[in-house]
Design a protein around this ligand. Sequence first.
Ligand code: DX5
Ligand code: ZN
Length: 238
Amino acid sequence: MILSPSLLSADFSRLAEETTNLRRAGLSWLHLDIMDGAFVPNITFGPPVIKKLRGVTDLFFDVHLMIEDPARYLEAFKAAGSDMLVVHAEADRHLQRTLTQIRAMGLKAGIAFNPGTDIACLNWLADDIDMVVIMSVNPGFSGQGFIPASFRKIREARALLDSLGAADVPIEVDGGVCPENTGALVDAGADILVSGSSFFGGRHYDKRLAAFAAAAEGRGNPRRGSEWRHLPAADSKH
Ligand code: DX5
Ligand code: ZN
C-alpha cells in the first residue's frame, strides 16, 4: 500500500515546509487536489503552486484534476512538474484522447470515477491508463464521510482490470480514508490510499504513516505503483 497524503489538508501558509516534513517522515507521494469551482463546488490552486513545490521537493506528484475539460490544461500541469495527471471520467467527452495525450507527454495517466459513475468505460480504456481512482466521497472537500458502496466498486474495478490484462494497473481510493478502514480497503483491492483530514489530523507524520502502514501490513499487493517514486528511500535528499 502506498499512502498519498492530500495537500488540501496541509497548512497552506507553509506548504514547502510541509513537503519537507512529509519526505522526512518517509512519504514518497503527494496528492494535489485541483478544483475549478465548476466541476466541483470549490476552488483550490493551480499550476503556479505546483511549480513552486516542484522546486523544493522530489515527492511523486499525483495530480487530481477536478476540472471541466481538463485537456485544456495538460501542458500547463506538465510544465509545472506534475508526475501523474488524473482526469475525471465525467469531465471530458474525449477521454481516450486526453489519456493518450497525457502519456505522450511522458506523464502517468489516471482516470477517476465519482461515487455515482459506472466504471464500465474501463472496458475500452484499460490499455490507455496507468491508474484508476475510485472516489469514495463526492469530490470537492476533505473531511467527508466514506461511502460504503465504494468497497464493491473497488473489487469490481480490480476484477475488471485483471480480466482485461491490466493486472499491473493500480487502484487509488480517495475520500474518507483512515487507518480504521485501511485494512478493508487494501483487502478489496486498493493499492494507493489518499488521505487528507485523517493523515494531517496528527502532527507527527511518521506516526500517521505508521498507523496506515500497520493497518495494511501483510495485505494487498505491495508492487503496483511502487516504482513511480523519484528516489528509492526516504531521507536520501533531506
Ligand atoms: C476530495 C479530494 C480528496 C480529499 C481527501 O474532493 O479529492 O483528495 O482531499 O480528503 P479526506 O481524506 O479528508 O476525505
Ligand atoms: Zn483527490
